[in-house]
Every structure is written in C-alpha cells, then in structure tokens.
Design a protein around this ligand. Structure first.
Ligand code: ADP
Length: 765
C-alpha cells in the first residue's frame, strides 16, 4: 500500500477549536458536529464501497479489535475481519441498505479469532456505506430476558397514574435510574426561549444536583439540537476518551468530509465533552422527547465513571422513553387543552352576550370589564375612534394613544408581545401596567382592543453563570470558548418581561375580534337603516304638508284663469285665449299630481284603522264604483272563490283592489278583457288580480312602483299619474304585507299581495 495515499486526521483537528473568529455566543451554533473525522474508542468504524463492499476507510483502532492495522485493511474485504459464513451473512444484509439513512442493526458478530463480539450497525452516508462495530463486553452478551421486558412494562404502567406531566417526569426519572443504574437521571423540558429547565431528578447524594435549575439555550447549540432530533438516543460510554481518527484509502474522501451524523460511534464535540466533564460526568446517555417533530424535552442519564450500556439495553430504554415521552407530551397537551377550552368557553359567553345585547354600543363599552373578569389580564382598553373604555390597570390614555399609532404601523391584525418596553420605548414608564400586550385591531384604523399584563420580576436559578463562556488561553492569550466550570446556582433577576401569552389566549382574542368586527358592521347597517327610515318619514311628512298647502294657491290660479276666460268677452285675442287654456290644462294636471302626492303621503302618514272586514263586501263595493268603466269596456270580471274575512284597514284594502282592477282593465287591448280575482292559501294567504292585458317587461317590475313612473305616453291607455301602484304598495306595507307581480308582455299580468299575518293582525293595531 502506498502510504502517501493515506490521509489520516489527527487529534490536531480539535486544535481548531481555538477561535480566531470574533467570539460570540453563536460560535457553537455553527459547529459542524456531524463531521468530526473521528469516533469514540468503544468500537470500530469501517467505510465500504456500496457495490463490492471493499474497505475504503477504517478507524485507527482496528489493531486492538481486529488484530490488523487500519492501513492493512484498506482496499481489502471483510474476510480480513470475519469468518467466511459471517462475512456472507453481513454482506447480504449490507446489500439491502440503499438510500436508508438511519443506522440499521444487522446483528451481533464474532471476529475471526473469536475474541470479540460486536453489535453491527450500517447506514449509507453519501456514496459510501458506514459499518460500525460496537463492542459487547463478554459479561453482557445477551440482555433480552423476559424479566427485562416485564420490568419495562411495570415502569410504563407506573407512568399511567401520573396526574400531570411534571408528576410523569418525576416517575420517569426514578424508573430510568432504576433501569440504567446511572448515578443521576434528570428530566428537562425546553422553554420558549430555547433554554431548558431541570424539572425532575433522581440522583445519588454524592452527585451534584441540578434539580430546578435553568440552563441557557447555548448549552445545547443548534447542531446538537438537530442531532437530538435525528438520533433520539445518544450515548457515550466514556467521555474521557481520545478520539479515534479515521484512516481513508484515497484522497477523494477526507475524514472531515464524511458525514457521521447518524453514526452510533460518532465522536462527540469537544465542547460538549468538556461541558459534561466539568460536571463530573464520565458516561452519559441522552434520550430526546419529541412532540410533532419538535424537541419537547429530554431525559439525561449521567454517571461519574464509565458505564457500558449495550445496544439491546439501549433499545429497551429507548422503547421506555418513547412510551413515556408520548404519555408526558399527551398529559401536557391535555392540561393545556383543559385551560384552553375554559378560556374559549368564557370568551364564547362574552361573544354570545354581545350578539344578544339590546344596545350594542353599551354592550361594547362594557367589554373591557368583562374581559378583565374572564381573561388572565390585569388591564383592558377598548379604543373606538378616540374614545377610551378602560378596565383594571392600564397606562395613561396619552400612552395608549401613542401605542395605538405605533401598532397601526406594525400593520398586523393581532399584535402579541411579552416585552413591550423593549419594542416600544414610551412603554418603559408603564412597566407595571403594560409589559405584556395582546392587541386586536378592530374595524377601522385606530380601533383596538388592548389587553395588558404587568412586568413579572422573577428569579431564575441558572446552573452556573449562563454568559460565562469565554476564557483566555493562558499560553496563547487567545479568546477560547469553554463550557463553564461551575454549575453552582447562579441567581439572576429577570426584568422587562410579562408572563408569556398562550396560543389559546391569542385565539380567544381573535374570536372576539371577529365577533366585534361583524357586530360593528351589523350595527352600522342598523344605524343607517334607522336614519334612512327617519329621513323617509320626515320626507313623507314634508310631502304631505307641501302637497296639502300647494292645493290652495293652485286652486286660486285655476279659478282666476277660468274667470279670465269666462269674462274676456272678445277683449282677448285667439292666442291669449289659447295660452289661458294651456294654463288651465297644466294647472289641472298639476292638481292631479298634487292630489296623488297627497294620497301617497296620507298612505304613510295616516294611522291604520284595523277591524274585521269581509273582503267580499269590499270587493263588491269596489266593483260597483267601477261599474261604468267595466260596462263601457265590456271587461269580464271573475271572482274565483269566496274571499275571507280578515282583520285589516278596509279603506286601504279597497283602494288596492280598485287600483289593481282599474289597471287590469286599462292596460288591456284584447277584444275580450278578462280579469280574475282570487287568493291562494299556501304558504300564506295571497290575493291576486290577473288580467290578459299588455303585460309588463320584467325590467320594469320594480320601476312601476316608483311614484309618477309610467311606461307609456301621458295620454295613452286612458292616461294616469303613475301614483296608483306606489300608493297601493304603501297600503300593503302598512299592513306588513307585500305587493308584487308576475307578467309576460303580450299575455297579461298577475298582481299578488299579502296582508301581513292576515287574521292574526290585531284589531287594535
Ligand atoms: P297609472 O296607471 O296612473 O299610470 P300606476 O302606478 O297605477 O299608474 O301604474 C304605473 C304603470 O304601470 C302604468 O303607467 C303602466 O305602464 C303599468 N301598469 C300598471 N298595471 C298594469 C297592468 N295590469 N298591465 C300592464 N301595465 C300595467
């Protein structure tokens, strides 16, 4: 073998840890932990080509385990290590490993001389196969007896009795300590800021306790977190080891380029090892607790001396932790769900009360008080167009005003923070009232519902000074990252933050926000409609007065024009007489229109006289009044059935029938004009007048109910003012009914009307 081809990484690669970059806390986040170029010494790693399983690389410790130096093994095959039958079995399994990334357990194998037994794992990394041989001490050959499984099953049953996730974690650490025999087992949960908290601990008295201590985010840097997700169980037999470098057969692969992210024997980051060594830990096993793809917490088992946990035992522990993890996460979720649904119920009640409020603006103004009593907040402010409704402890209105202008600029429908003063300077004076803010934007700019929480000053028991991460190298004088050496309680007073808002609180406020916006819209519509109704009433009253008062002078104009015509006795010329007659005609027309307007206004203005009315009598009297027209036009009027007796205003209903029958005769050019009058009972009592007249195009079906709107020339079809139908509709509407039509041009029209609730109409109304 040409030694010049061999590129071996040395422990020198760790020297690079002395930082020449500016020192900051993100240093460890950038560390490439999956490319250490070395492994831990309690096993051997081989790098094989995937097609012919030729050895391309090996860890530099093969001599002690396989009896040959790594360089001697390069380019050879597995028969240098295993007996022929074992080699065949292993290669068959290796052939099944394709793109699969996670290490696959391939069984336990004896070496050629039969001196060592290994658990063998393999996985694909880029274009090579990584095969790992983890030693099994002779005394730990098989640890899968039924008794072991029964033990695990008992542990899981114990977890079920936990009422809370905290209780579950306490049981978990006790059971794990029992199962592993490690000196200390800690259960930790990640907090929102990435730091983690030792919630539970089972620990020997001689081992330093970390119970209830907080660890900064930087104690588990980003690459380590990724690794915890990829490999939920990480184990180091002895942290006080010398990394075993990889020896590679050609220059194509450099040890530091081989991704060992999934390797069971991957050498741990020196920073991480030092961290544990500073804690007095020599053997460690960490099992991640994952919730929906995110790290939720972990169990960390530590031992003061090296402690071997073989794969079969690790597998059992992993099963136990996965089960307990599921239970813990589920318990945590169930507890949160319970609180969340309580909040949702309370907000639901507030929303219902808003929807059923008699006077919405009043209900809205009481909203802050209601929220104060039902949400976990200390102050609420509702800001509506410069008006403030506050409850509880809130900042001064001037501060709120400035705050609103600032939130408006953030342009977000829901604004959430638990450290407002850090974002908005003016809130610095209001720490006591407004450190936490949950703000919902309502309909218009400047309209906000603001919930406040005060600053909570609390003491955190850090496990050592979380910021003490840089030390000066005594020899080189360079800044060097180092894990802190002391884990003694380091108390820190945390200021400037409020209790964090929960997702369900934000959701509750969003629900409320939507409800208020919808109700504001409905309320605006209601106000508009009531303004419209009021101005309509005023307009009708005005039309009534004007039309009434116009009659008098118009009558005067007509009278005097008539006197002039009658007494001109030849003094006026033809032309002047013609003009006078035009004045008389126009005045006559104007008088008709004023009369129509008067009737229209009266239909709205005059009070209803409701009594029980036999509609047969009403119809008979209407037909009598129209008898001359009916006779002269030879119209055939057919009453299809006996009409009911109803509570209604007789004069108004008579006027409606009269108008509809007159129109049915008028707008009809058939030789035989046929008019049918009757009613339908289903679903409501509906009267109709049907004719075989000229019909009305659909686009005019609403237009003909506009006052003075006619579809024909002034004198066509016997003339008219165009006020009949609008007046009829007004009469019907006063009864609470509807008037409408169906019509086909050239075939006829049917006008329908209802009278509100008919017989149920109160006589007194
Ligand atoms: P007027 O009859 O004084 O013009 P109306 O308000 O009673 O006023 O009717 C408005 C318009 O509706 C009429 O000018 C006519 O064009 C149309 N119209 C009403 N009734 C009928 C009908 N039965 N058939 C066809 N057109 C009709």
């Amino acid at each position: 073998m040409d030694n010049s081809e061999v590129w071996a990484s040395t422990s020198k690669s760790w020297v690079n840890q002395v930082s020449r970059e500016p020192v900051d806390l993100t240093h460890c986040d950038r560390e490439q932990v999956q490319f250490p170029g070395a492994i831990m010494p309690h096993g051997v790693l081989l790098i094989l080509t995937p097609n012919d399983f030729r050895i391309q690389g090996a860890s530099a410790n093969t001599l002690s385990w396989f009896g040959s130096e790594a360089e001697q093994l390069l380019h050879g095959h597995l028969d240098q290590i295993l007996a022929a039958n074992n080699r065949e079995t292993l290669e068959k399994s290796l052939a099944l490993i394709s793109e699969l990334q996670l290490p696959r357990y391939l069984g336990s194998f004896l070496t050629l001389q039969g001196r060592h037994r290994f658990d063998v794992f393999a996985h694909r990394s880029g274009d090579v196969l990584i095969v790992e041989f983890e030693t099994i001490p002779v005394e730990m050959a098989e640890t899968w007896p039924t008794a072991r499984m029964a033990e695990i099953s008992d542990c899981i049953s114990k977890l079920h009795v936990a009422n809370t996730w905290q209780e579950g974690m306490a049981i978990g650490v006790r059971e794990l300590k029992q199962l592993t025999g490690f000196d200390s087992v800690v259960g930790a949960r990640f907090l929102d800021d990435g730091s983690f908290h030792a919630i539970a601990e089972a620990c020997e008295s001689y081992f330093p306790s970390v119970l209830d201590k907080r660890f900064p985010r930087s104690d588990i840097p980003e690459p380590a977190r990724r690794q915890m997700l990829l490999m939920p169980l990480q184990y180091a037999f002895d942290l006080d080891y010398e990394p075993v470098p990889l020896v590679i057969a050609d220059q194509a692969h450099e040890p530091l380029q081989i991704d060992l992210g999934f390797a069971v024997l991957r050498s741990i980051s020196p920073m991480c090892r030092r961290f544990y060594r500073n804690m007095g830990v020599q053997s460690r096993l960490v099992i991640s607790l994952v919730d929906q793809g995110k790290l939720w917490g972990f169990f960390s088992c530590k031992n003061a001396t090296p402690r071997q946990v073989v794969y079969s035992d690790r597998l059992v522990l992993k099963l136990f932790t996965e089960m307990s993890g599921l239970l813990l996460v589920e318990k945590g979720r169930a507890e949160q769900f319970q609180v969340a649904s309580q909040v949702k119920r309370r907000i639901g009640k507030i929303i219902t009360s808003l929807f059923s409020a008699d006077v919405f603006p009043v209900a809205l103004s009481q909203l802050p008080e209601q929220l104060l009593n039902n949400l976990d907040v200390t102050g609420v402010a509702l800001c509506l167009d410069g008006e403030f409704f506050c409850a509880g402890i809130t900042p001064e209105t001037t501060v709120i005003q400035a705050l609103i202008s600032w939130i408006d600029e953030q342009n977000s429908p829901l604004f959430i923070t638990d450290r407002l003063p850090a974002l908005f300077e003016s809130a610095a004076q209001s720490l006591g009232q407004a450190t936490g803010l949950l703000a919902a934007h309502l309909k218009r700019p400047g309209q906000y519902l603001l919930c406040f929480r005060p600053e909570v000053v609390h003491e955190v028991n850090w496990a050592g000074d979380p910021l003490k991460q840089v030390e000066i190298d005594a020899v080189s004088g360079e800044a060097r990252f180092t894990p802190r050496g002391s884990f003694e309680v380091w108390k820190q007073e945390m200021r400037g933050t409020a209790r964090a808002w929960q997702f369900y609180e934000a959701e509750a406020l969003t629900d409320l926000q939507h409800a208020v916006v919808q109700l504001q819209y409905t309320e605006n519509q209601r106000v508009l409609r009531s303004h419209l109704a009021q101005s309509n009433t005023e307009l009708e009253a005005f039309a009534y007065i004007v039309s009434h008062d116009l009659q008098e002078p118009l009558r005067g104009i007509c009278n005097f024009a008539q006197i002039l015509v009658d007494n001109s006795s030849g003094q006026l010329g033809q032309q002047e007489l013609k003009w006078l007659n035009t004045i008389l005609n126009l005045s006559g027309r104007m008088s008709n229109q004023i009369n129509a307007l008067l009737q229209y206004s009266r239909a709205s203005q005059q009070s209803m006289i409701v009594q029980l009315v036999d509609l047969n009598l009403v119809l008979r009297s209407v037909l009598e009044d129209l008898s001359i027209t009916i006779k002269s036009t030879k119209a055939q009027i057919e009453i299809l059935q006996t009409l009911p007796t109803l509570a209604c205003d007789q004069i108004r209903v008579a006027s409606v029938f009269s108008n509809l029958i007159t129109n049915a005769i008028k707008y009809n050019d058939q030789a035989e004009r046929r008019i049918e009058i009757g009613y339908l009972e289903n679903p409501t009592l509906t009267f109709f007048v049907r004719d075989n007249g000229i019909g009305i195009p659909e686009k005019f079906h609403e237009a003909i109910f506009t006052i003075f709107r006619r579809l024909h020339g002034r004198n066509d079809y016997g003339g008219g003012t165009g006020a009949g139908l609008p007046i009829a509709r007004k009469h019907i509407e006063r009864h609470g009914g509807r008037l409408w039509l169906e019509s086909t041009p050239g075939q006829g029209s049917t006008f329908y009307f209802t009278l509100g609730s008919g017989l149920a109409l109160s006589i007194a109304s």
